[in-house]
Design a binder for this molecule. Structure first.
Ligand code: FAD
Ligand code: DHB
Length: 389
């Protein structure tokens, strides 16, 4: 088999890149090691930047997003028993974010891909990028048979644990990593959200986040310890802990319902440099991970896709390699700013096991400054709605 671009990974980055390429007449095949329903069963991101929405529009995959997504003009930072609203639109000249689940983004992109009869190979085992410094191809196994796809470029959109980054010789890549000493326990329930905007809560018992998927579906998170298990958390225990971390006026009106999803995610900052190795490109979580606090992971994957799509389109349409050569430096410049922002939000809002009284006072002073200084609030808002690309 032959294609122009072989994409490893059918998550949001692989699907978005595939759709932009298809709309531009560039042939591509997507491979994923799991089944479609497995990918659609993952509950992850919920907040989209305007730049991400624009890319989904360009990929002709934003009709339902505009019909069902919830535009948000602000969010609340809760501490000291009170809400402090960050007026995103007021502080950024009218920018806002869109609350719309990653699962739905993925579903919309898959539907669009299927309507165009583009090839996606699910349950492809042992996918490997090969000879990517010279004449690239990908091998994989399906139903016990080994297959080969020859291509011009291989794009690794296969997430943090994927095969693409691992296929790069260790001397060619440099990795930067920080592991945080806690995780997030997330819960999904069909119940009205406690508040019409998101609440990021800093509390001595630990961080909590109140988010949503719609006005009838809530997504809540509480900071938990790294060795915690979902089985330790009955719904009742979760609701009780969430209430304790929220200001009383929210806790009193929090509605509960049986959960239908509960999972624990570890928190990590990670960047691999560079993001290009000959004809192999890394995109999204395959190249970098941020802790979820700043809602940046999916949005960073989208901005990588933007830079790489520009490069590939220019390569095929204008026979120029300038934008492809700029992919890694341009993507990394934006990645590191989001890594910084996500690290800062995480540090400021969570309770670390070894937080001294001094550091706790510093966190409180920072939150107080942030919510009382227009300059500081503006810096937060500018990063939260997404830096330009
Ligand atoms: P993935 O979504 O990981 O997709 C990779 C795909 O590759 C998968 O389908 C996988 O099956 C496939 N794959 C893996 N290995 C192989 C292999 N060897 N061969 C073939 N295929 C393979 N981000 C935000 O922007 N906003 C948020 O609000 C937000 N909240 C989050 C909340 C939580 C709890 C978590 C865990 C994450 C959150 N994120 C958020 C991050 C976001 O979910 C990720 O950054 C995003 O999924 C990255 O997309 P991706 O396509 O690069 O990788
Ligand atoms: C969600 C996740 C986040 O990490 C975040 O910062 C905001 C919202 C969510 O899943 O809805």
């Amino acid at each position: 088999m032959r294609t122009q671009v072989a994409i490893i990974g059918s998550g949001p980055s692989g699907l978005l890149l595939g759709q932009l390429l298809t709309e531009a007449g560039i042939d591509n095949i997507i491979l994923d090691r799991v089944r479609k329903d497995h990918i659609l069963g993952r509950v992850r991101a919920g907040v989209l930047e305007e730049g991400t929405v624009r890319l989904l529009e360009k990929a002709q995959s934003a009709t339902r997003l505009h019909a069902e997504g919830l535009p948000h003009d602000g969010f609340s930072l809760a501490f000291d028993g009170r809400d402090h609203r960050i007026d995103l639109a007021g502080l950024t000249g009218g920018k806002r974010v869109m609350v719309y689940g990653q699962t739905e983004v993925t579903r919309d992109l898959m539907a669009r891909r299927e309507s165009g009869n583009c090839l996606t190979i699910y349950e492809a085992a042992n996918v490997r990028p090969r000879d990517f410094e010279a004449a690239p191809y990908v091998t994989y196994e399906k139903d016990g048979v080994t297959h080969r796809i020859d291509c011009d470029f291989v794009v690794g959109c296969d997430g943090f644990h994927g095969a693409s980054r691992k296929s790069v010789p260790t001397k060619a890549i440099r990795c930067f990593e920080k592991i945080y000493p806690f995780g997030w326990l997330g819960l999904l329930a069909d119940v009205a959200p406690v508040h019409h905007e998101l609440i990021y809560a800093n509390h001595r018992r630990g961080f909590a986040l109140c988010s949503m998927r719609s006005m009838t579906r809530s997504r809540y998170y509480v900071q938990c310890s790294l060795d915690d298990k979902v089985e330790n958390w009955s719904d009742d225990r979760f609701w009780e802990e969430l209430r304790r971390r929220l200001p009383a006026h929210h806790a009193e009106v929090l509605l509960t319902a049986p959960s239908f999803e509960k999972s624990i995610a570890p928190l990590r900052s990670f960047v691999a440099e560079p993001m290009r190795f000959g004809h192999l490109f890394l995109v999204g979580d395959a190249a970098h991970i941020v802790p979820p606090t700043g809602a940046k992971g999916l949005n960073l994957a989208a901005s990588d896709v933007h830079y790489l799509f520009l490069g590939l389109a220019e390569h095929y349409q204008d026979r120029s390699s300038a934008a492809l050569d700029a992919y890694s430096p341009n993507a990394l410049a934006r990645v590191w700013k989001a890594v910084r922002f996500s690290w800062w939000m995480t540090t400021m809002l969570h309770r670390f096991p070894d937080t001294s009284d001094f550091e706790q006072k510093i966190h409180e002073a920072e939150l107080d400054y942030l919510t009382h200084s227009r300059a500081a609030s503006t810096a937060l808002a500018e990063n939260y709605v997404g830096l330009p690309f």
